[in-house]
Design a protein. Sequence first.
Length: 297
Amino acid sequence: MTLEQLRMLQAVIQEGSLQAASHRLFKTQPGISKGLQQLESALGISLLDRSGYKLKLTQQGEQIYQKALMLLEQSEQLNEMAKHYKTGYEPKVVIAVDAMFDLATLVPIFEQIQNEFPQTQIILKQEFVTGGIDSVVQRNAQLAISASEADFLNSFKLVTQHIHTQSIVNVAAPKMLSRYPHLTESSQLKDEYQIIVQDSGSLTKDVELDVQQGQRKWYVNDFHSKRTLCLSGIGWGRLPYLMVKEDIQMKRLTPIELIDTPVEIEVKSYVMKLKSQVLGPVANRLWDLISRLEHRS
């Protein structure tokens, strides 16, 4: 039994056919078929049911396959660890940060990392909604800081640490609210534009969060644009309290009081990484420092 044979088994099961597996692994179909037969011969059991149109695992094969996936994951971790030891510090580390998160909190950490690892480039990606989570899941970033619900994060193979809780507030300009002297329910605002920041990730799959059916909408790419449109009276929406605190105090924006929608919602932010990804020394140091933010909040 070899790791290469286990990779062939994984590719066939995930891709659904020898042809697709051969394209994925850049091997011939006869070569993959022979490798799988050798694997079955070495184990002394049949792993695949070949009676149907599509290859599928036998009952024994299912149990072996789950163990094989664990071995392949451990092999990948060993290879990554060896690569880090061989090359030393990473040339760059990518961290995806939710645009709602206060970057000022991270500045002392970035300064410390810059002093400790001057040769490593830190790339900061600003993401929205599920964009940060998506970046880590797709391995486009080593770390991410994202606002999310714990139950949602549990659906991914992530290591997470809560680091901060903040408030987002439903606000509108007095100019818009003056049109509704008896505003009590969100349904009264259906014909006004709800300003929505677009998800930079793909994990919500076109599901709109906190939007009522039939609501008129205006999409923007960042929170500053959203704030500007809310201030203009064009529309309304939720914004981080720290971003609009002064606007509320100066009465440029007003919290929207509705009986069916809370004015203020608490949102938890987490730092996260993939369980299967071995971090290099710089990314590990970043993880350690950011993880401690909860104790300083």
